[in-house]
Design a protein around this ligand. Sequence first.
Ligand SMILES: C[S@@+](CC[C@H](N)C(=O)[O-])C[C@H]1O[C@@H](n2cnc3c(N)ncnc32)[C@H](O)[C@@H]1O
Length: 276
Amino acid sequence: MANCTPFIKWAGGKRRVIPELEKRLPKKFNRYFEPFIGGGAFLFYLQHHTSSISDMNGELINLYLTVRDSVDELIADLELHENSSDYFYNIRNLDRDLNSYNQLSNVERASRFIYLNKSCFNGLYRVNSKGQFNVPFGKYKKPIYFDRENLERCSQFLQKVDIRLGDFTVFRDEVQKGDFFYFDPPYFPVTETSNFTSYTKDGFGLDEQKRLLEFAKEIDSKGGYFLISNSYSPEILEFYRDFYIDIIEVGRAINSKGSGRGRVKEILVRNYHLNS
Ligand SMILES: C[S@@+](CC[C@H](N)C(=O)[O-])C[C@H]1O[C@@H](n2cnc3c(N)ncnc32)[C@H](O)[C@@H]1O
């Protein structure tokens, strides 16, 4: 399969962790599932023949569907964007008026998503309580919005990927023996300042982490495999005490405070022995 890489920047993107994830793949598995897809770094790296992805962020899922189904129209639209503050705020503020926003085509929404992602401050995705995108202009000199060949390769790979909008349990009824789930949820905060859990309008608190634990146990009981990334925190270590837990060190790219950049400990939890 031709190489393809994420077409958006994403907080918590897994590009740097790929070698650690790859080392811990089950020896053999049937279908691949990634329910918190974000930028999809591991999905595009693996390019497993049978993959299913989901996310709760509707704009993000519309983007994946558009790259899959209408990549030429998307590229044509992406070529129209301009790098100026006025233009950025015009595009950003389209979602302030829901009547006009709903008139946008799926391609226009996807194109807006990529443009904002590559032009806004740090490539963050953040919406206010009304669901309005509120990250300021990033003031990049020459942002590159897209790489045509890469986008086309991603589109080609996505042709046979099942893409769903929904909660991370959206594939619950389909879990079978031999399936492999990689979960990269919003991390449980280690301290107040490292809290970065508002990817969508609804945060991802302790109750959500518990729901993920329950779903992981269900996958385990059905003979599936799971690998979960999370923060190195007492709560998460306690949750997964019955499974295999590895501690890894990761360089962080996006942090709410610049001073927080550096190496941090994270955990990888799995329900299978590496040699089995
Ligand atoms: C850490 S990011 C995933 C990053 C991804 N692995 C990458 O390489 O870019 C977490 C994702 O979970 C999504 N999310 C948050 N709550 C969710 C939920 N309850 N169900 C499904 N997805 C959710 C967010 O929209 C976000 O895209």
